[in-house]
Design a protein around this ligand. Sequence first.
Ligand SMILES: C[S@@+](CC[C@H](N)C(=O)[O-])C[C@H]1O[C@@H](n2cnc3c(N)ncnc32)[C@H](O)[C@@H]1O
Length: 358
Amino acid sequence: MSFKASVLTLYPDMFPGTLGQALAGKALTSGAWSLEVTQIRDFATDRHRSVDDTPAGGGAGMVLRPDILARAVDHVSPADDQRPRLLMSPRGKTLTQQMVRDLAAGPGAVIICGRFEGVDERVIEARQLTEVSIGDYVLSGGEVAAQVLLDAVIRLLPGVMGNAQSGLTESFETGLLEHPHYTRPAEWEGRTIPDVLTSGNHAKIEDWRREQSETLTKARRPDLACVTVPLTEADRSDLERLETSLWVAESRFNNTYMDAIFAADFIEFGCSGRRYKRDELLFSAGERQEIEARLPLANLHLHPLDATTVQVSYVSEVRYGEAVQRCNRSSIWSRGGKHGWQLRFHQGTPVFDAERNV
Ligand SMILES: C[S@@+](CC[C@H](N)C(=O)[O-])C[C@H]1O[C@@H](n2cnc3c(N)ncnc32)[C@H](O)[C@@H]1O
């Protein structure tokens, strides 16, 4: 069953509007989505077909009546309709790519386009309308806003976008703004394409794009830079391997390796509460010791903190002679350095063993 959009408006001629053209228009013709447009005025009862009235308590403008709008909503969306009922409104939750994705995964949407000063609050409550805004500015009506929302949703519907991959790398899909793009000619008005993009080295190109995305996001949208980015499988296995390497003698006592692992500002709080800086944790050659840690690390979890930082938590179990010490561990890794990640912080808190009272 394809995505069904039901739009309620006082200006039905505004639809499909922009949605009848290009990608959305082709998708409409192909049946990837369907559009039903309803004139709210058809549900008025007086001979002037009026739909609005003056605001209770006085003030400027007119208000869309609840009884008329409710009749229109009930006509297109009976009580068992599974589709969300959205009221385009500057008071609503601002439309995000996540909301767009959720809508595209569903059966469709009932979209009410407001006009005048607003809509009677009682119909919003009684028909469980979710208010959605397209940004912090005021339009003269909800029709353009509804088309913005639908345009964003339609391009994500199955089979609509030619190159599915392009949808996955776009701005917001990864929690970051997209990297810059270039195409031919290789030189234009004295400006060239960054060398890395013509190097043919795909790993380097990926790194460059990610770095550009992160820099752009931090500069232009610091609010987004706080959004956590899902870790890739490669990130997960790298971080598990790196954290485990802290408990393996061959790597832990290899100074060259650890020097590249510790970030310049690395700090550790040991189980005793003592604070260590990076240089205090590098061992001199020949000072190699043994570590008897239980591997794999128990209860290991990765928590992305922002686009470039991940917290790793787990329980360490280390044998010292006869005694076994269990600690809750927390590490902070940031992207960068020779191994892809650098350790910024490491901490251990002894786990109290109630049975042995230690
Ligand atoms: C003139 S506006 C009403 C503004 C309202 N008095 C307020 O201050 O919140 C008329 C209609 O345009 C639509 N609209 C205006 N700005 C919008 C926005 N940023 N996002 C979504 N819809 C908007 C809504 O449907 C609204 O009911």
